[in-house]
Design a protein around this ligand. Structure first.
Ligand SMILES: C[S@@+](CC[C@H](N)C(=O)[O-])C[C@H]1O[C@@H](n2cnc3c(N)ncnc32)[C@H](O)[C@@H]1O
Length: 446
């Protein structure tokens, strides 16, 4: 098969029409967040961006390869991403917009279509045609940016159609375009798409989140519900992207490189942390603060951070703040230090911390305050920082609001560290211009 370098240019008007048709769904989602003027401007800029990237979409066999549509749809989404990034939204905020756009795009089909699709999947002949269709798409595998999949025959009633995607064209294309971090949000489109046929998708792994396969299984029964944030999804929970897995030593060394800044942070923590209480640290990392504060046990999802903490004599529980593997009402004090910006769901994590605390228990939270001079610098430059690239920094007001929502009463707060220099900083009361902010809160009755 010949490579048609001008394929996308030759079919430009068709692709632009497709883009325009779907833009009303994007407008619907954007209107929830932006003014109408801004929405118009985002749509216009995205159209321009799409027109710009269209000729460079990888050729994978033209219309003969049904997956060309798939790749071209992902380029439309890439155009939106590029424009939304200019509005200083976080990766997660952009991800949420994309997910809502997909939900709107694949809104439920008619009852009749859903019933037909359910019956069809049970029909042997239909399945044979479908398998042939999927097999046909593998014919285009020799194109660098196409897909490679294998069909998984159903055994028993667990699912009616199975597909293991071994290579994904969108992943390859997005990685080429340095937009790899958004692929996992594009994968979410598959859920409302399958749902629109009255069917149910289960997937525990995706290539987008460092797995070697996307294990898609379609079943007739199941509980299709809307999900955002997607941290409950198996494919997200199985392997979360955590920079601390890869840069453990580098993180740990920071404390030796900046001993005076570390001391200032420790002093601020000591103002709120009560010694001699039964305490646990959530996101304990390598246990640097825990050792100084006399904490003996911590929760940590990263294996490499845990193993260093364990070598320092700490007891470790492998779990996530959003879903703590810790008993109800079991600790008098919980501390969480510079973890909030890495959480998938701060609200859910606070509700979990509430659950594990005893009556009148104390929650000490230290976080990097976005609303400070240094915080703004960190936030603006996070894309160039391997630790903070995916961080979602919060302001003091945002943290306090979430604490109150989860029935915590704020009783004290301090802030420190106002510059990059390694020196002992003053510990100031309240929320102020120190980026390292500590809040002490107490569990209240619901
Ligand atoms: C900046 S480090 C802080 C470690 C330690 N608290 C300290 O101050 O040295 C952030 C830590 O949060 C952990 N983390 C990331 N996501 C988490 C989650 N969902 N639940 C709990 N911990 C998480 C990371 O693995 C990492 O160890």
């Amino acid at each position: 098969m010949m490579e048609d370098k001008n394929f996308y240019i030759k079919n430009k008007s068709k692709f632009m029409k497709n883009f325009h048709k779907k833009s009303k769904y994007m407008a619907f989602v954007l209107e929830k967040r932006f003014s109408l003027l801004e929405v118009d401007s985002i749509l216009a800029k995205s159209k321009e961006e799409y027109e710009k990237i269209l000729p460079d979409i990888p050729y994978i066999g033209g219309f003969q390869n049904k997956l060309t549509n798939h790749l071209q749809n992902s380029a439309e989404v890439l155009a939106y991403i590029r424009v939304l990034e200019r509005y200083h939204l976080t990766e997660k905020e952009i991800g949420e917009i994309l997910y809502k756009f997909f939900k709107k795009l694949f809104h439920k089909k008619l009852w009749l279509i859903q019933s037909i699709s359910k019956i069809s999947f049970k029909n042997k002949l239909f399945r044979k045609i479908l398998y042939k269709w999927v097999g046909n798409m593998n014919r285009f595998h020799h194109y660098e940016y196409s897909w490679h999949s294998e069909i998984i025959e159903p055994e028993g009633d667990e699912f009616i159609f199975g597909l293991n995607v071994l290579e994904c064209g969108i992943c390859k294309y997005y990685n080429r375009e340095h937009a790899g971090k958004y692929i996992k949000y594009l994968c979410l489109a598959d859920y409302p798409m399958v749902e629109s046929f009255g069917l149910h998708l289960t997937r525990t792994k995706t290539i987008a989140i460092t797995d070697d396969v996307c294990d898609c299984r379609v079943s007739v029964k199941g509980n299709n519900k809307s999900f955002w944030p997607p941290y409950d999804l198996k494919e997200w929970n199985a392997k979360k992207i955590n920079p601390f897995d890869n840069y453990t030593e580098e993180y740990d060394q920071w404390f030796r490189k900046y001993p005076k800044t570390f001391k200032s942070e420790l002093n601020a923590l000591k103002k709120c942390f009560e010694k001699d209480q039964k305490s646990i640290e959530i996101g304990i990392g390598t246990g640097v603060f825990a050792r100084e504060l006399g904490i003996k046990i911590g929760v940590e999802p990263s294996d490499s951070m845990s193993s260093l903490a364990r070598s320092r004599g700490l007891r470790m529980i492998k779990s996530y703040a959003e879903d703590l593997d810790v008993e109800d009402n079991s600790y008098q004090q919980t501390i969480m230090i510079t973890v909030a910006c890495f959480l998938n769901n701060v609200d859910q994590s606070f509700s979990e911390i509430y659950r594990i605390l005893k009556e009148d228990g104390i929650f000490v939270i230290a976080f990097l305050n976005k609303d400070t001079r240094l915080g703004r610098i960190y936030d603006e430059n996070r894309k160039n920082n391997k630790f903070y690239e995916h961080a979602d920094f919060k302001s003091g007001d945002e943290i306090i609001e979430l604490l109150q929502k989860n029935h915590f009463k704020v009783v004290d707060s301090y802030n420190t560290v106002t510059d990059f220099e390694d020196k002992e900083y003053d510990i100031n009361k309240g929320i102020g211009d120190g980026i390292f902010t500590v809040i002490k809160a107490v569990k209240e009755k619901k």
